[in-house]
Design a protein around this ligand. Structure first.
Ligand code: MAN
Length: 351
């Protein structure tokens, strides 16, 4: 396990006002991060649910294109609880989320404290975002910030692209990877003329445990030449894996921080999410040339261990300054936290 050189919970639901009357913020987590001028901009996932409770009913939130956030009240006996995040409708076996997420810009001058003033909001729009927008990753390419984010709807969890130059206004570029595909990150530069992305498709007929794949594109919109990254997974990453923040160029290869989750022995409980690292070949990043033996970080701080989904450390943003790597992450699907690590120590833990 690596030394945590600095660690802090930066932001929680208590720090943000709900987007509308009658709604409560239950999570401010899984932040994208980018250096903008001399500040760090965080794009935080804000999860909300209705304040109202109706005995015998569950309120299922969704974004209506005309009305904004609305609630559908469904009899409890018509639903099966999967975990804190999801229920299944018995009638048709389909899933719904128990909260509805949008994104908000939060700025930090020093990367270790957040400004009280909130920036722009990125709210769901259109049919692909009906159940919310989640888990943004930010990559700066040629002066523009590209944001890959999960767009959830009755059609599944897809990954879409948006861009911004200032974090005040955003342009949408549509869906890049159709459902079920999350944890998409773009590399910060072209490799041999092409844009490169990591993504994580999930199949309903699993011939494999979830894998991280790599794809290439001439224009950031059309993706092909898909291939899986292969490494032999350990038990801490046996259930889910996915790229964390965008890969970082180092002299030894592309340092790629990712999350892995354990299988939980308890039904209805989500297995612990920890952090690992891969090293990908600089010229051909589909080749894994190094990896951590065990996890780099496991949920350990009280805020990693307790919250909406306990024991989740979900890295989504990274800012490098010299040897210092600040990793911004979602703690227990509730709060935004930062942990600072030494790049040298990360690299020497890889083999
Ligand atoms: C999934 C996603 C994330 C979430 C983790 C942990 O990967 O829903 O948004 O943070 O699970 O619950």
């Amino acid at each position: 396990m690596l030394r945590r050189l600095f660690a802090k919970r930066l932001l929680g639901p208590e720090d943000l006002r709900p987007s509308r009357d009658g709604w409560e913020v239950i999570g401010a987590f899984n932040p994208g991060a980018a250096v903008v001028g001399d500040e760090v901009a965080l794009l935080v996932r804000v999860a909300e649910r209705p304040c109202e409770r109706r005995a015998g009913y569950t309120g299922l939130p969704r974004w209506d294109s005309r009305l904004g956030p609305i609630v559908e009240w469904v009899k409890e006996e018509a639903l099966e609880v999967i975990d804190a995040r999801m229920v299944r409708r018995k009638e048709d076996g389909l899933l719904r989320l128990t909260s509805l997420s949008h994104l908000r810009v939060i700025r930090s001058r020093d990367g270790r404290t957040v400004d009280p003033v909130e920036g722009a909001w990125f709210e769901p729009l259109g049919p692909w975002e009906e159940f919310g927008v989640e888990d943004p990753r930010i990559t700066r390419i040629d002066g523009t910030y590209y944001i890959t984010y999960v767009a959830v709807s009755r059609h599944g969890a897809a990954t879409a692209l948006a861009s911004t130059r200032d974090f005040d206004s955003f342009e949408r570029h549509g869906i890049l990877f159709p459902p079920d595909n999350k944890d998409v990150v773009l590399f910060p530069e072209r490799i041999g003329q092409e844009y490169v992305a990591l993504h994580r498709p999930i199949s309903a007929a699993p011939f494999t445990a979830p894998e991280v794949w790599l794809a290439r594109s001439p224009d950031r919109l059309h993706w092909g030449q898909h291939e899986p990254l292969t490494w032999s997974a350990s038990s801490w990453e046996a259930d889910r894996v996915g790229a964390g923040p965008p890969p970082v160029r180092t002299s030894r290869g592309w340092l790629t921080i990712y999350h892995g989750s354990q299988k939980s022995p308890v039904p209805g409980q989500v297995g612990a999410y920890s952090v690992g690292a891969l090293l990908l070949d600089l010229e051909n990043p589909a080749q894994v040339v190094g990896r951590t033996n065990g996890p780099l970080l496991v949920p350990e701080a009280p805020y990693d261990r307790q919250g909406f989904v306990p024991d989740v450390l979900f890295p989504t943003g990274l800012v490098q300054r010299g040897d210092r790597v600040a990793l911004y992450y979602g703690a227990a699907d509730t709060a935004t936290a930062v942990v600072e690590l030494s790049l040298e120590e990360i690299l020497s833990s890889l083999n």
